[in-house]
Design a protein around this ligand. Sequence first.
Ligand SMILES: C[S@@+](CC[C@H](N)C(=O)[O-])C[C@H]1O[C@@H](n2cnc3c(N)ncnc32)[C@H](O)[C@@H]1O
Length: 327
Amino acid sequence: MEEDHQLCEAAKSGDINKVKTLIHSGADVSYFDAEGLTPLMHASKHGHALVVKTLLEAGAPWNALSPSNLSAGDFAMDAGYQEAFDILLNAGIQTELVLGNIARKENKIGDCNGDYLDDRVSFSEDKLMDSNSKAIMMAWEKPLMEAHAKAVCSGGGHILNIGFGMGLVDTAIQQYAPVTHTIVEAHPEVYERMLSTGWGEKDNVKIIFGRWQDILPQLGSYDGIFFDTYGEYYEDLREFHQHLPLLLKPAGIYSFFNGLCGGNAFFHVVYCNLVSLELENIGYSTQLIPLPVKDCLGEEVWEGVKHKYWQLDTYYLPVCQSIQHSE
Ligand SMILES: C[S@@+](CC[C@H](N)C(=O)[O-])C[C@H]1O[C@@H](n2cnc3c(N)ncnc32)[C@H](O)[C@@H]1O
């Protein structure tokens, strides 16, 4: 305990030799001191890049959170310590890449939103909620959905949207009068609502009821694709990306709802980088367009909603294209 406390102090003052000695003699690199901070957070807060690197190499968790929900990366980012920030960002990306590989190998992917799809949902003017009062979709996202629609419809032609929700993105897509507009929706009540509000009668609209995972063989290839589901994990998005080479035409535009780790600024940066890197590995470039969202997100928006899934001031809208085609 005494050694653990000393490790926090050495990390704070940037005493690399003492940090190394303490680690060597068994001090706990994941210790939380009385303030609820780890040695890595202390080092990051003061920009001691070498200490940050040493602690990470000794197994300090990059993603531990302080009582105010800040990680070491948030501390480095907020204080403008670029070198410490870069080391932490890299550590986060590498770890998540490895965890992703393990999840793939253990085949933990798939069937994760089964419970949600069996649950009741409730519609109101400004949100669509699940049975646990978690928001599936909220009206504050309308400007974001309009921007996504603009991006994926920029080449016209045949458009695919996965996940209808409140129909915000689909309403915006319709404004661009695509040749065909295919919508995939898996929840029975959302699907019923689509039919009762006339989506089944639009000339260019084709609705496919089912999970995207199950209806893939019914899909064609598209000029624009948007992906925004609910109750799924990053692994599902990653899995969807594996199908892009078949689903997206060579000059097509792909975008997805970028709510990745929307509750923590640093984790969000890690996942924005991770997803861009993974898309690059399968041949797609990603441009992240910053859109300010602070003004449309007052506290009152979240009244009655259990989980505040977005807490950041800027939304980064991804626009992805085949690298080969854009060269
Ligand atoms: C966040 S909402 C989509 C919001 C939509 N972008 C809009 O503009 O209103 C997610 C939707 O995806 C649907 N969904 C969830 N998992 C799905 C899956 N595996 N396949 C297809 N749709 C799914 C949900 O039922 C829900 O309607």
